[in-house]
Design a protein around this ligand. Structure first.
Ligand SMILES: [Zn+2]
Length: 310
């Protein structure tokens, strides 16, 4: 592996690399607090040049490449170890969901003051989100994995990013402690969604209204990519995400609105559109029913209760 190869391979991926390193992606547009372990800056002093993809900080005035940044963040101690670290993460994720990016026009001057404030608030929330805790009550109740979800530790909300078909962030949906679901102000939901899994090479794109049903289908069907549309009224978002030649399977919630909306949305794909219905209320219930009449059912209920009490 030559030096040239890795530089070519990582070119244009600074947004993804920053995300892999847990660094605020806004560094590509503005100064953020320095993530390097030995620099505790009082004022944001770290940035990444979007063109050259080099980082600069008062602690590193001459700057460095993305590989230097991997080393600076102590994930590797030399060039080839840093290249290996990046390769492993950038190119071995066929089935894994694509990275969502924050584009430079997520907040622009042409937006209203309120919209700017709302969107900055969304970025603020995302900047202090952490991984969803194990045994989170909602996750336990649904019996799923927290795929593509984040956790806001102050409000204790699940946070689901919403993006467009270029994987650019368009807002977030919260699931609060009472299981209420709502989009945060500043979010543009119509035509957008959240992709669970990677649809790039898939002959079939799945579509579901809700996140927990989408994850259930994804898990039950070997990682089938599923677009979450955050409501039956937004199923047409699938038109923005489906690729030519791809069949589109709408996994409808088993109620009148769910089935009717799915039929309407599937029609627009002609022969490539299909509607599938669950045998119980929705596909998450079908997924849970896979456990059948085993002790896992009562154990899961007990675990859910313990988690709610803690
Ligand atoms: Zn610094």
């Amino acid at each position: 592996m030559s030096r040239y190869d890795i530089l070519k391979d990582i070119a244009g991926k600074s947004d993804v690399i920053l995300d892999l390193l847990g660094i605020d992606q806004r560094a590509r547009y503005t100064h953020v607090h320095c993530p390097l372990p030995n620099h505790d800056d009082r004022h944001p002093s770290f940035r990444v040049d979007k063109e050259t993809e080099r980082f600069y900080c008062t602690c590193t005035p001459r700057g460095g490449s993305m590989l230097d940044l991997v080393i600076g963040m102590q994930h590797a101690n030399n060039f080839s170890a840093a290249a290996k670290w990046l390769r492993r993460r950038l190119f071995s994720n066929n089935g894994v969901s694509r990275q969502i990016i924050v584009s430079s026009n997520f907040v622009t001057r042409s937006m209203s003051k309120q919209h700017v404030a709302d969107r900055n608030e969304i970025l603020r929330v995302l900047s202090h989100c952490v991984d969803v805790p194990l045994f989170h009550p909602y996750i336990v109740k649904k019996g799923i994995l927290p795929l593509c979800a984040k956790y806001e530790p102050i409000l204790k909300n699940l946070v689901l990013p919403i993006h467009d078909n270029q994987y650019q962030l368009q807002g977030i949906e919260y699931i609060d402690r009472q299981d209420n679901k709502f989009c945060v102000d500043g979010t543009i939901k119509t035509g957008n969604g959240l992709m669970i899994g990677n649809p790039d090479e898939s002959p079939v794109l799945g579509v579901a209204e809700g996140w927990s049903t989408a994850v259930s289908i994804h898990l039950a069907l070997g990682g089938l990519p599923i677009l979450v549309t955050f409501g039956a009224a937004n199923l047409d978002a699938a038109q923005n995400f489906a690729k030519p030649g791809q069949d589109v399977w709408f996994f409808a919630d088993n109620d009148k609105i769910g089935v009717d909306s799915a039929k309407r949305a599937a029609c627009k794909f002609g022969e490539a559109g299909f509607v599938l219905t669950s045998s119980l209320d929705d596909f998450n219930e079908d997924f849970s029913a896979l456990l059948g009449d085993t002790h896992f059912c009562s154990i899961r209920e007990a675990l859910h209760k313990v988690r709610l009490d803690k």
